[in-house]
Design a protein around this ligand. Structure first.
Ligand code: 173
Length: 320
């Protein structure tokens, strides 16, 4: 009797041990150890610290490991388990994801007011994924140009974009060309583009400061970069494993607003110190510029998603 019992418990122990040592494969759309990968790398470090013996994230890396615009498909199909990405990079599967840029309320409020839930349902349906945490928020986008402009008229300018900026820059008369972040430097250097859209932070990461003359103010929208997990990968985890991810996710999302408030200030100064001049729209011109940004942005979302779009706008927009 005794040896059989011993054998059984050893087997059970072995099973539990295997079930607890889960490894998840992760990639980021941004270059490793740059502005928009760093919050994710912190997320991973916390998970791996906290999850010792329970759960481990195997960080494969950035665009060298996987082209940014292919990450959505890889996540949906389970080729990777976790992705650090922005909605702009998987609009092919889920156009609504680009609407995160239009949020005018903090995530803490969106998680309560139904905005998060409305998006979560679309993530399930279209991306087979769960939105774990928004690690970048409160970080405006800007237009950067190498030819001076005196009004918000981009006629004759060729601008590098992702879906984030497309509708807005086109509404201002610009000609647009989409590239991954990794191609911006070369596009500027060769004069293929006269400018680009990018947030206030990060233009030093890949040396674009060397090829940038002007930043246009004000900034518009708020950058979004988030951690997503494949739904099957999530469903395979036990509660303890899920909790390790939840804890790091909550912490990262809670930090984002204050972290980027500081970051915005630091980067604005750094750009000025690097000799990047500011073209500043003020008063009524600035107001019209921003109104057009949001109008064009929402029109674009609603054009692609007639039912979800208007609902998302109700949750995301600040009452005017
Ligand atoms: O410009 C981009 O590549 C882009 O869409 C983006 C989104 C979030 C953060 C940084 C860049």
């Amino acid at each position: 009797m005794k040896p059989i019992l011993l054998g059984l418990s050893a087997l059970l122990l072995a099973n539990t041990a295997t079930a607890q040592e889960v490894t998840l494969k992760a990639v980021t759309v941004f270059t490793e150890n740059t502005t928009y990968s760093r919050p994710f790398e912190r997320f991973i470090n916390r998970v791996n610290e906290d999850g010792k013996g329970v759960l481990r994230i195997n960080y494969i890396g950035g665009p060298k490991a996987m082209p940014p615009f292919e990450i959505g498909n890889a996540l949906k199909g389970g080729v990777i388990d976790i992705a650090n990405t922005a909605g702009a990079f998987y609009t092919n599967l889920m156009p609504e994801a680009d609407a995160w840029k239009l949020t005018e309320r903090p995530m803490s409020e969106l998680r309560r007011n139904g905005g998060y839930d409305a998006m979560a349902a679309i993530y399930t349906q279209k991306l087979n994924a769960i939105f774990l945490a928004r690690l970048v928020d409160n970080n405006p986008f800007h237009l950067y140009v190498n030819k001076p402009i005196s009004s918000p008229d981009l006629t004759g300018l060729k601008l590098r974009i992702t879906p984030v900026y497309r509708d807005f820059f086109q509404a201002l008369g610009g000609t647009v060309v989409q590239t991954a972040p990794g191609e911006v430097y070369t596009a500027l250097e060769r004069g293929v583009v006269d400018g680009y859209g990018w947030p206030i932070s990060g233009i030093f990461d890949l040396g674009w400061n060397e090829k940038t003359k002007y930043r246009v103010d004000p900034g518009f929208y708020t950058a979004e970069v988030s951690v997503l997990i494949n739904r099957n990968s999530w469903d395979r985890l036990n509660e303890a494993q899920k909790n390790v991810l939840r804890k790091s996710a909550e912490r990262g999302e809670a930090e984002a607003v204050a972290e980027f408030a500081e970051e915005n200030e630091r980067e604005t100064k750094r750009q000025a110190a690097a000799g990047i001049q500011t073209i500043k729209f003020e008063g009524a011109v600035a107001n019209a510029y921003l109104a057009k940004a949001y109008q064009a942005g929402w029109d674009g979302i609603i054009r692609q998603s007639a039912t979800a779009g208007p609902k998302l706008r109700e949750f995301f927009q600040k009452p005017r």
